[in-house]
Design a binder for this molecule. Structure first.
Ligand SMILES: Cc1cc2nc3c(=O)[nH]c(=O)nc-3n(C[C@H](O)[C@H](O)[C@H](O)COP(=O)(O)OP(=O)(O)OC[C@H]3O[C@@H](n4cnc5c(N)ncnc54)[C@H](O)[C@@H]3O)c2cc1C
Length: 400
């Protein structure tokens, strides 16, 4: 692996860092006071400016309207954008749209690309991904209740989903539904494109998460499919291919998430250091003179550095060998970086004292909402188990 920063990466990092500092950090207080939906008109303007940087939808190939960055290059961009809760949204590379765009590019028919992908890449619409169900353990995704049956040239979908992030205000959902109930478990489900205006597609409501219901992109919905009918042509990828496609979505997606989390850690450490240098415990005695605060700072620095190297190594492995060969690296970063994130944000809040609990900094927002990092994209325990199982296999033990 080459640890030198290419001129291209240096330019990307400089451009995005400057943009975040000049355009996005100043509107964070408004976001905290008024919430995401109220900020939409301002964000629309910011998105226009983001387009002009040439880094719009950085993760996508140029022929599909993106900036054509490699996975590693986009990883650096994702870190910079992660320093603010709205960075990815402004550059149109926010979850879950980022993964949905990638699936549509890889598996969409020309008609699906024209109808769904084009408007998504141009930032005219948003989308969501409806897979998890309240009645079934998401950690065993092959076990689900939502079905799609064929009837008179249509798919008829019936089921109950929740944690459909960003569903509120989105134009379409990618629905994971059982289409082949008699096939072996990993070949039972398919992905189907469902416009949210389809009769029978119902937003039950946004879930209250850590005391916030949120709205628009910044929300997680409960959704009901009540015999929602879409044409057979809305099948995305082959019939029974749902899990194969989902796996492809998750590998690079974890790099994006982990680098975003590292961006959060960097911002938290920066806030901690600024406070340690300026908060006086007594005249002439800043907080940073206390050894325990120095320890929080040094440990955070070391953990962030280690996490970043792990993620870049995983991204490099995906680029060199493909996501299947990089499975172990991907699982390792998922639970390692999620834990680093939690520790660093927690230390920063502690260092800021009461200020850390207020919404005057984004720390409290991240403490509440990024707790989920250990749960989504596969609960940490699932990844831990997968890594241990692979290691023990080399010692002759077969588990599961
Ligand atoms: C903020 C947020 C956003 C999300 N966005 C989306 C979205 O856009 N679309 C979507 O479809 N889903 C989404 N999800 C759902 C997410 O994918 C699931 O929550 C996740 O897969 C876990 O499933 P579950 O919640 O049903 O927990 P369960 O599967 O019921 O697991 C509960 C707990 O059991 C433990 N556990 C599970 N398996 C094992 C194991 N093998 N060994 C040991 N312990 C284990 C873990 O600690 C886990 O947290 C989101 C979730 C959150 C919190």
């Amino acid at each position: 692996m080459d640890f030198s920063e290419s001129p291209r990466v240096a330019t990307i990092v400089r451009t995005v860092r400057e943009f975040v500092k000049e355009e996005l950090l100043p509107i964070e207080p408004q976001l905290a006071r008024q919430g995401f939906p109220a900020l939409l008109p301002v964000l629309r303007e910011k998105r226009e400016r983001a387009r002009q940087t040439g880094l719009w939808a950085g993760h996508l190939p140029e022929e599909h309207g993106g900036a054509g960055l490699s996975l590693t290059e986009f990883a650096h961009m994702s870190e910079e954008l992660g320093r603010t809760p709205i960075g990815h949204y402004v550059f149109n590379c926010q979850a879950p749209d980022v993964g949905n765009m990638e699936i549509l590019i890889e598996h969409g028919t020309p008609e699906q690309k024209a109808q769904f992908l084009g408007p998504l890449v141009r930032g005219e619409v948003r989308s969501c991904f409806t897979m998890t169900e309240p009645e079934f353990a998401g950690s065993n995704p092959v076990w689900m209740g939502t079905t799609a049956r064929k009837d008179a040239g249509d798919w008829v979908i019936r089921g109950h989903k929740w944690f459909s992030s960003g569903m509120d205000g989105s134009a379409f959902a990618i629905c994971m539904a059982v289409t082949n109930p008699d096939a072996e478990p990993h070949a039972r489900a398919s992905m189907i494109l469902v416009p949210t205006s389809t009769p029978g597609f119902e937003l039950v409501g946004n879930l209250s998460v850590m005391g916030h219901r949120g709205g628009d992109w910044a929300s997680h919905a409960e959704v009901s499919y009540q015999d929602a009918r879409v044409p057979l042509g809305n099948l995305l990828g082959g019939e029974g291919m749902g899990f194969v496609v989902a796996q492809q979505r998750l590998g690079p997606g974890r790099i994006h998430h982990c680098m975003r989390w590292i961006g959060i850690c960097e911002r938290a450490l920066d806030l901690m250091c600024r406070h340690a240098a300026t908060r006086l415990l007594a005249p002439g005695k800043p907080l940073g003179t206390k050894q325990i605060v120095q320890q929080w700072i040094a440990e955070s620095r070391a953990e962030i550095h280690a996490a970043r190297l792990m993620v870049l190594h995983a991204a490099w492995t995906i680029e060199q060998k493909g996501p299947v060969e990089a499975r172990e690296e991907i699982s390792l970063i998922k639970f390692t970086v999620a834990r680093t994130l939690q520790r660093v944000v927690d230390r920063a809040i502690q260092a800021l004292g009461g200020l850390g609990m207020t919404d005057d900094t984004p720390l409290a927002f991240w403490y509440a909402h990024e707790r989920a990092a250990r749960i989504y994209d596969g609960a940490d325990e699932v990844h831990i188990e997968a890594v241990a199982r692979r290691i023990l296999r080399r010692y002759g033990i077969q588990i599961g």
